[in-house]
Design a binder for this molecule. Sequence first.
Ligand code: 13P
Length: 250
Amino acid sequence: MRKPIIAGNWKMNKTAKEAEQLIAELKPLVKGAKPEVVVCVPYTDLWAVSKAIEGSKIKLGAENVAWADSGAFTGEISADMLKEIGVEYVIIGHSERRQYFGETDESVNARLKQALKKGLKPIVCVGETLTEREKNKTKRVLKKQVIDGFKDITAEDFASIVIAYEPVWAIGTGKTATAEDANKTIGFIRSLVKKTWGAQVGKELRIQYGGSMKPSNAKELMAMRNIDGGLIGGAALKAEDFAGIVNYKK
Ligand code: 13P
């Protein structure tokens, strides 16, 4: 059985003070959470949030990680820096990184290898744009992102990996993929992983859906066979909304 995982991606929102406030509000609301709960927050919030989540089930995540151990990489943050603060998860290859900051499947692959080497749990994002979807290229795009992004990754590595399927056209737009559609596409990713890394790996791999997920659609999405969780943007910024997704079963 795959344990559901609901992760917030705060993106470039919340100062450290605001972050403390949000976690304080969130803590009581997710006390009895059934899924694994993660908050991936800006680097400047990590320290404050690591303290604020103490005594709760909430786990700490970052929004990226450098591919090198250390050195002349202005503006980057290393895996050791994250680990020392108590970071457990790290988002890699978010579509906004690909779109605005030149991330490619190759850089995603390098960051992924580094995260694994250092014992961070990667949440690797894949997804097609609207144009790609309209041109019927979804499968081709996802296949390239998975095969190139996960180059040299072993079956054993997959034990700590989560994939987030985020159709770019559904991010921050209010448009959600229908639950059936998301399930089908995630099923395609799962079968691709099965074919490439083995049936067991594909069966055990947790794959999240991301894109305008909110309390009102979480239950339907989470009821799908292939969907094991959500990567939540906008709705992760309000304690009540994020908790509403975490507690989708209630
Ligand atoms: P929204 O939930 O705001 O659509 O963002 C999804 C996302 O990009 C999470 O990584």
